[in-house]
Design a protein around this ligand. Structure first.
Ligand code: ATP
Ligand code: MG
Ligand code: FE
Length: 340
């Protein structure tokens, strides 16, 4: 079964072809980062317009790369939410109209289910059940994943997401958008011991997170240092910030594995690309004989492959039927996917 996947929830247009026998055949991405950089963040209206420009050329591209034609496709999966409503509408309308004209079934995929399943696209994927850390621009959640579509929320952020904290810290340090990669690059030049930042909720006893206080602590440091905030000081702050975030994330992942009695962790979402986070998780897991699975770096952030894959899994298991009527779901709780 050959599935075309369409992702357009935010500032990346992603297309991909996933075959349930042969795996991922092709994928292509256009990132709007450069376009939004001048504004310091995503401008929704610009995002929608750009998705319109990119979606069909990228569709042609993935078909050509895979040596397939439209007639070979068996179904179309697209991100139905959550995300920016205008951006979602573009991918949704293109997918639904293409499917209508080709008489194909469609499947509206939850963007976070896409992120969550992305590590399963790699060789030697984990078997169910496992614990998932979903750590992206908009979410920081720990989940028990028992099967496709069976997700139990174990912990969540009470305020900012980890990626959001990276982005806001980057802004405070005068770095470019998106902040995660920029902060981690600067942190590599920083040193331990110069500054102290809090580890929010490290010992809260539950699996929840909170990152907004950390960002405020960075703001206070930056304000205190205003006259002496040279490159060394900025690098040291970035270093300490990254240590604080990755320490909390690592501790809570280990707690989640211990509490659930599971031995496998998967990490997905943009912050999952962070090298220091991977280093800490791998080290902590190694000591406890746990296994950690990640997506390849390019599939940590938004992409079409994860949507094609999640859609293919759902279609294969006949979990969803479509009638070509459609709505986007800008707000959509992943837990709603689990049928009682
Ligand atoms: P969501 O999926 O929750 O709707 P999103 O799609 O914007 O949000 P992703 O595309 O998964 O999120 O990830 C983007 C986020 O990941 C940004 O906040 C970015 O700063 C962060 N990020 C990307 N690379 C890194 C990195 N190397 N280190 C830390 N953070 C990173
Ligand atoms: Mg993005
Ligand atoms: Fe995302």
């Amino acid at each position: 079964m050959l599935i075309l996947g369409v992702e357009s929830s935010c500032d990346e247009t992603g297309l991909a072809l996933y075959d349930t026998e042969q795996g991922l055949l092709s994928h292509a991405l256009h990132s709007q980062i450069d376009m939004h950089a001048a504004y310091g963040g995503v401008v929704p209206e610009l995002a929608s317009r750009d998705h319109i420009r990119r979606a069909l050329p990228l569709t042609r591209h993935v078909l050509e790369t895979a040596g397939k034609s439209l007639q070979d496709i068996d179904g179309i999966a697209y991100t139905q939410g959550p995300g920016l409503s205008g951006a979602l509408l573009v991918g949704t309308s293109i997918a639904e109209s293409l499917a209508f004209s080709l008489n194909l079934p469609t499947i509206g995929v939850h963007h976070l289910e896409g992120h969550l399943l992305a590590p399963l696209l790699e060789p030697d994927p984990p078997e169910f059940p496992f614990v998932a850390l979903l750590v992206s621009g908009g979410h920081t959640q720990l989940m028990r994943v028992s099967a496709i579509g069976d997700y139990e929320l174990l912990g969540d952020t009470l305020d900012d997401a980890a990626g959001e904290a990276f982005d806001k810290t980057a802004k405070l340090l005068g770095l470019s958008y998106p902040g995660g990669p920029a902060v981690s690059k600067l942190a590599a030049q920083g040193q331990a011991g110069t500054y102290q930042l809090p580890r929010p909720m490290l010992n809260s006893g539950d699996l929840n997170f909170s990152f907004s206080g950390l960002k405020t602590a960075v703001l206070t440091l930056v304000n205190q240092q205003r006259d002496t905030l040279d490159d060394t000081a900025r690098a040291n702050i970035a270093y300490e910030f990254q240590e604080a975030v990755t320490e909390v994330l690592t501790k809570k992942c280990m707690d989640a594995l211990r509490k659930t009695g599971m031995k496998q962790l998967i990490v997905s979402g943009g912050v999952g690309a962070n090298a220091r986070l991977r280093e800490r998780l791998n080290e902590a897991a190694r000591r406890r004989h746990y296994h950690v699975h990640y997506p390849r770096l390019e599939f940590c952030t938004d992409n079409g492959a994860m949507i094609a894959f999640a859609g293919a899994m759902r279609m294969q298991q006949k979990m969803q039927e479509s009638d070509h009527s459609f709505t986007v779901r800008p707000r959509w709780d992943l837990a709603e996917l689990t049928k009682p």
